[in-house]
Design a binder for this molecule. Structure first.
Ligand SMILES: [Zn+2]
Length: 133
């Protein structure tokens, strides 16, 4: 033991937070030996149980698979309503985030969007967002 506020080590084992940080610079997803895609913090392929997951570059754009307009949000998001959340298909993986720069009236299934990360909420936690691309 080395005392006196040496600080606690943050585990670095493929956490969701690390993944979001990486998304700001293009992002990645995890691929198993059979080509199934998944996202951290998963460490086992949800499709086949394969545990040796490799990092692959996330495609630069995806397409809107589903979306919904949010009118009533958690307190941290209350002053942003209404906003639009979307599930975006990137091929091997799907990401969920908030659509920026478009209203629910303007969004359509199949729209091309690019991911980004914004600090959000009182604690500036990173938020996954999408913009038209
Ligand atoms: Zn798999």
């Amino acid at each position: 033991m080395t005392g006196e506020g040496e600080g606690e080590e943050t585990p670095r084992n493929g956490s969701y937070e690390e993944w979001v940080d990486a998304l700001a610079e293009g992002g990645f997803y995890l691929e198993c030996g059979d080509g199934h895609g998944s996202l951290p913090p998963r460490r086992v392929c949800p499709e086949c149980g394969y545990t040796d997951l490799a990092e692959r570059a996330l495609p630069g754009t995806g397409t809107v698979a589903t979306f919904s307009e949010v009118h009533v949000a958690a307190p941290a998001f209350a002053d942003e309503t209404p906003y639009v959340t979307a599930v975006v298909d990137f091929g091997p993986v799907r990401l969920t985030g908030v659509l920026r720069d478009v209203s629910a009236d303007e969004v359509a299934i199949g729209d091309s969007v690019a991911p980004d990360v914004e600090p959000d909420g009182p604690d500036g936690r990173p938020l996954v967002v999408f913009r038209p691309a």
